[in-house]
Design a protein around this ligand. Structure first.
Ligand code: 17E
Ligand code: FE2
Length: 419
């Protein structure tokens, strides 16, 4: 028997008038202001709340969730000490323990309305504990979450012998994307070699690419330029992502001007992790102190796909993080100065649609007839209110079914007089 639901009084992005959404068998059947109430159809009144596609977190390290306290503290607060601290403490975990932490990270994100996550998983561990755990979880959550796995060489591909082979093995085991960390390799030449390798592997195994790229304030770190060029030459720009690209935020304007044209040509995607990188970068600066954030606003204005991500939840790099994409967005639009009326109307794209474009999942993502009925409901009546109030979510719906509903806090007391 087919099941139908009619969501009434829905406010969609950029629309003043309320509309209705008819869902049949888990798919958006019809989206229109005047849909009749049919017999046998469940009616749900959303009372003018804003309905948007689910949040996407396109850059997260689920294998690191809640590992902040396992080893020595990252006293310098830098990326490089983070890598050292992780290296010292990793390797003492079973697949089951790893899965437990991955699940706790996913649960936190999903309770904040996320329904798609791309996770980097450290594969510079010959036992592949993290990868085995993540592959199992990916299968187990398949119905409720789009989970993509990046074969990420946290300790480099060429900083020790055999690193590149581990990445290749991880792809054979089932990782979806090739990762890299060129700014961590021991010399520029090895960084370049790792970028060549990542693109080569993506072509060989038909995988996506997502490189940690230039996560440093060093203006000489320009692996992004090579990543983009190789992706362009192979015709896989839209399947390639440059994550972090902090140094591009410190680059000279004339260089950036030239690069923007080339990014546009390749179709490469960008991910900025605003909370994480404002915390990790600028550590060698005194004042003025850099923010460590890539040129988000300028990429956006040039029509290049850019999105925001969480990156960490209490790991050796960053002590906080809870998967609340509205909080990430709030930090991101402050740091990137994206608050004109027009920008505020579109800012939610940075944590929804643009992340889905980055993940190459737009065939099954978005509020459009014929697509899976996946959406979230915000406790707000407009984009402005959502962002200004950092609105929470009141529901997350997957294939037309509630994953959960949240009831907004009820306020009572003398404050009522101020109505
Ligand atoms: N590893 C890395 O290389 N960079 C980061 N920002 C995190 C882990 C969180
Ligand atoms: Fe990262």
């Amino acid at each position: 028997m087919s099941s139908t639901k009619l969501f009434k009084n829905v406010r969609l992005k950029g629309q003043k008038e309320l509309t209705s959404i008819l869902v049949e068998d888990g798919v958006f059947k019809k989206i229109s202001a005047d849909l009749p109430e049919q017999a046998g159809c469940e009616i749900i009144d959303l009372q003018g709340q804003l309905v948007i596609p689910p949040y996407v977190d396109p850059h997260m390290h689920l294998d690191y969730v809640f590992t902040a306290g396992l080893g020595e503290e990252n006293g310098s607060g830098t990326l490089f000490e983070g890598i050292q601290r992780w290296s010292e403490s990793k390797g003492h975990m079973t697949v089951e323990q790893m899965k437990e932490r991955i699940y706790s990270g996913i649960r936190k994100e999903m309770l904040n309305g996320v329904q798609a996550i791309r996770t980097h998983i450290d594969v510079t561990d010959p036992t592949f504990t993290g990868l085995k755990a993540a592959l199992e979880v990916r299968d187990e959550v398949n119905d409720i979450l789009d989970l993509q796995i990046v074969a990420f060489p946290q300790e480099g591909m060429y900083a020790y012998k055999g690193g590149d082979e581990l990445v290749e093995e991880a792809l054979k085991m089932g990782a979806d994307c090739v990762g890299a960390i060129p700014h961590f390799e021991l010399a520029r030449e090895f960084g370049e070699k790792s970028v060549h390798k990542a693109i080569g592997l993506a072509v060989k195994y038909d995988k996506l690419v997502d490189a940690h790229c230039d996560e440093t304030d060093d203006t000489q770190s320009r692996f992004l330029e090579l990543l983009n060029a190789l992706a362009l030459m192979e015709g896989i720009g839209t399947r390639t992502t440059a994550s972090h690209t902090c140094s591009f935020g410190s680059a000279d304007n004339s260089y950036a001007f030239r690069m923007m044209k080339l990014f546009k040509k390749s179709g490469i995607n960008f991910i900025s992790c605003p909370t994480e990188n404002v915390y990790l970068e600028g550590r060698q600066d005194t004042y003025p102190k850099r923010r460590g954030i890539t040129r988000v606003k300028e990429l956006y204005d040039n029509g290049i796909n850019v999105c925001f991500a969480q990156d960490s939840m209490s790991d050796p790099w960053y002590p906080l993080g809870n998967g609340n994409m509205m909080m990430i967005l709030d930090h991101g639009i402050h740091l990137a100065q994206m608050m004109s009326p027009e920008e505020i109307t579109n800012d939610l794209d940075l944590v929804t649609t643009n992340g889905a474009i980055t993940m190459s999942i737009t065939d099954r993502y978005g509020i459009e007839e014929g697509k899976p009925a996946n959406f979230i409901v915000l406790d707000a009546k407009s984009e402005f209110e959502a962002i200004c109030e950092r609105a929470g979510i009141t529901a997350s719906v997957r294939h037309g079914e509630y994953l959960f509903e949240k009831i907004p806090a009820k306020v009572t007391g003398a404050i009522d007089l101020l109505k």
